[in-house]
Design a protein around this ligand. Structure first.
Ligand SMILES: C[C@](O)(CO)[C@H](O)COP(=O)(O)OP(=O)(O)OC[C@H]1O[C@@H](n2ccc(N)nc2=O)[C@H](O)[C@@H]1O
Ligand SMILES: Nc1ncnc2c1ncn2[C@@H]1O[C@H](COP(=O)(O)OP(=O)(O)OP(=O)(O)O)[C@@H](O)[C@H]1O
Length: 285
């Protein structure tokens, strides 16, 4: 196969720069208001066409049956929606911790949708791909659209925004958070009054918080410890339902200094905030 047919695309992480829970729907899902921003750090997905119609993904992820892998689910959803019968070899370089609140699985799915759309010459619009993505997970549409966004509903009603793009130090405190356990916790507050996007943006970083934090601290004291450690040094928050927490820094050197000081029991990395997804930058090149 010609090498030009091969694609190697980023699947970046996201941060929830703030997250409010404003209600609970009849189906148990929660109504959120959140600001999504991308990082220039994430997984990488390589894609190449196959002539035999097979979909193959390497490697297998620990704890995820291949049939459940969001990359293969995205590929199948795309074939069903379009009637396309083509196959692909997919290879994932996984860097993002699973269940970390960084949206890794959702981002992988979005990269698979946009990458295969290109590889197979399907020419589906971003609107169509975002709609398909929403059937795979609430966080998939923002990765498909590729712009930092104010999100409402369960995260699917998106308005593009431009946020400050500082450096972040992202810390994984080494515990796994089950998102459903956080959303099912009786003590979780679900009654933050809805605000306008303008008010959220005017308030700025000093006013931003994550409504999941008190519950996540109770369920996982290690995450509270990491937050307290970071907050002694820089403004810090929880992303999604955790486990990752992040500190905001103005300069790369400050981020590197913070990393150097970090207790070795935590995994951490430094990355820059991005208002345009690195996936979309790569597809434009
Ligand atoms: C909290 C966020 O991280 C914000 O970006 C995401 O909305 C979570 O997205 P996710 O990890 O992809 O979660 P999903 O796989 O969609 O949902 C896992 C479970 O969390 C609960 N859930 C999730 C999202 C939401 N808005 N309300 C919920 O109640 C549901 O019980 C759901 O079964
Ligand atoms: N390609 C994939 N990469 C990661 N997780 C996957 C993938 N496919 C399926 N999953 C499943 O999805 C779960 C959530 O993974 P993900 O990395 O998206 O979590 P997350 O960072 O907490 O996301 P969010 O911020 O949306 O809560 C994993 O625990 C895993 O069981």
């Amino acid at each position: 196969m010609p090498d030009t047919a091969r694609l190697r695309l980023p699947a970046p992480a996201k941060l929830n720069r703030m997250l409010h829970i404003t209600g609970r729907r009849g189906d148990g899902y929660h109504e959120l208001q959140t600001l999504f921003q991308f990082l220039d750090h994430g997984d990488t997905l390589s894609l190449a066409p196959r002539d035999d119609g097979e979909l193959r993904l390497t490697p297998t992820l620990p704890g995820v049956a291949d049939g459940d892998n969001l990359i293969l689910r995205a590929a199948r959803a795309l074939r069903e929606a379009t009637g396309c019968r083509r196959g692909a070899d997919l290879h994932l370089e996984k860097r993002l911790p699973m269940g970390g609140g960084l949206g890794g699985g959702s981002s992988d799915a979005a990269t698979a949708l946009l990458g295969l759309n290109r590889l197979w010459g399907l020419e589906l619009s971003l609107d169509a791909l975002a709609e398909l993505g929403l059937t795979l997970g609430a966080d998939v549409p923002v990765f498909v659209r590729g712009h930092a966004a104010w999100a409402e509903g369960v995260g699917e009603r998106l308005t593009p925004v431009t946020l400050d793009s500082p450096w972040f130090v992202v810390v994984h405190p080494g515990v796994a958070v089950a998102t459903p356990a956080v959303f099912q916790a009786p003590q979780l507050t679900r009654d933050t009054p809805p605000i306008t996007m303008a008010r959220a943006l005017q308030g700025g970083t000093a006013s931003w918080r994550n409504d999941c934090e008190p519950t996540v601290r109770e369920l996982h004291p290690e995450i509270g410890e990491a937050l307290d450690w970071l907050r002694d040094r820089a403004p810090a928050m929880l992303t999604g339902t955790g486990a990752c927490v992040f500190a905001r820094l103005d300069r790369e050197a400050d981020a590197q200094a913070l990393l150097a000081e970090m207790p070795s029991r935590w995994q951490a990395f430094a990355a820059r905030g991005r208002n345009r997804s690195p996936l979309h930058d790569a597809l434009d090149r």
